[in-house]
Structure formats: C-alpha cells, structure tokens
Design a protein around this ligand. Sequence first.
Ligand code: PLP
Length: 291
Amino acid sequence: MSHIAYVNGRYVPQQHAQVHIEDRGYQFADGVYEVVYLWKGCPVDYAAHIQRLGRSLEELEIPPPMSWGALTSIIKEVVRRNRIVQGIVYLQINRGVAARNHAYSRTLRPSLIITVKHGTGPSEKVANRGVKVVSAADIRWARRDIKSVALLPNILAKQKAADAKAFEAVLHTPEGIVTEASASNVWIVAKDKTLVTHPATKDILGGVTRATILKLARASGYKVTERPFSVKEMRAAKEVFLTGTTTFVMPVVQIDQHTVANGAPGEFALDLRNRYTHYMNSGNPETAWNV
Ligand code: PLP
C-alpha cells in the first residue's frame, strides 16, 4: 500500500507529494513541526503537542493554518487512510510561499504537511540493555524552546552519534552544562537519588515526554529537581536516561568512553519506562484527540 500524505489541502500518494520551491520552509527552514506517537491507535499527549505547536507558531509569528479542530480531523484522516495503529504522525507548518526574501510578509498562507509512519518504538531489548551516547558541543541558536525545522546542529550531532554507533548525542554548552540530546531530553539520578533534568528554559526544547515523566515521577514519590547539571556530574551519576516521543524512556549505560555506574540500565529509568508504558496503555480513544 502506498503511503498517503496530506499536503496543502490534498491527500496525495507520498511518492508524488510535492512542495513549492519557494516555500520558505524549503529555502529558510522557516517553519515548525511536531511528532506525535500513536500507541494502539491513541495519540500520546496529543493536547500537549498541539499546545507546543501553537506556542512555536506564535513565537515565530506564523498564523495557524486552520483551527485545531480542523487540523485534528485531517490528522485523523491521514491516520485512517494509512491504517496506522502504531507509529508516528509528523506534521510541519511553514510560513508559506513567497519570492525569496529574508523578511516576511504577515499575510502569507502557511503550508501544512502531514505524514504518518508505522513503527513500534524503541525495542524492549534495546532498553533493557541500555544505550551508548556521545557528547557533542551544543552549537544551536538561543531559542531552542521553539520546535523549529532548522535542525542542522541536531543532525550533525546525531551523525556524530551514528558514526560512533551510539544511540544519541548529548549536547553541552562551552561551560560544560548538559542542555539536552539531539532529539531527546537528558536526565540523571544524582548521588542523593534525586532525579535531575535541565529546567524548561529557552535553552532546551521542553519535551512533552519530559513533562509527562516529571508528572509520573512526582506522583510516584520520586524526588525531582529541574536544575542544570554538568557533563562531569552526568558521568558520575547513579543513572542517566533519555526521554522523548519516539524514545520513551531510554537508559544510558555509556557516555563516550565512560561507563555509567555499573554499566547496566538503572532501576529508576526502568521503573519510569514501565510507568510510561502503563500511561500510554491508559490512553482513551474517546478523549485522546481532544485539544
Ligand atoms: N529535545 C529535542 C532537541 C528534540 O528534538 C526532542 C524531540 O524531538 C525532544 C527534546 C523530546 O521532546 P518530546 O518529548 O516532545 O518528543
């Protein structure tokens, strides 16, 4: 079955889907995106993704292309046409099409592209073994809280990880502060057994999964602090793990050449991963698409 994409008002076979060469998303990376996980037919944290999308658009002065209700109907239709039960929804909104000029008109019609992809998420086997990460300099701009499609620093970092056969690249500032990873948020379990993750400032993307794990962890009685931590503290931590829409909760057992603790996934990470799976399982098809 060929994949069906939604592109600016039309459902089209994905291999024939096209955008205009003067779409500002193509020429300037002038656009934003979201990735939502579909778990057993239910979108995970859909309202939170739409809320972040709205915020990203607002920060960049891109008007939403339609109401959230209309957008949701289209996403559901793309999911239905592709018969996806498990996988991801990718949606991208660009500022629109115009003759190339850095400055933009505020009257452009935004472009909307939606695709879906079947997938089962990171395997239990990988999570139970834990993953290796590399460290990389965070060379991104000062508004990492906006989910912009301008991802060059992220892809260079992820390639560094791929070349080292690592799962992710953990990014750090010149001062050695860990911000996040190329496509996920980073957590440690500090010496005093507190869960620590970088605060949701402009220096990181405020992950939807990060927010859910914060809630689940607090509700389960974990001590949690949102504060910056250094690469040095991360290396000495009891546990290190990543969170993200397509990562869920992923224990890290190696950072560059350094083994984390005893080299096995930590109990906090595995417990939170379990809790997150239960959380996804509790999705209600009646309400999961509410925004
Ligand atoms: N940080 C970055 C840079 C990301 O690209 C992502 C997800 O793509 C995340 C964090 C995790 O965010 P979420 O949990 O919303 O997927």
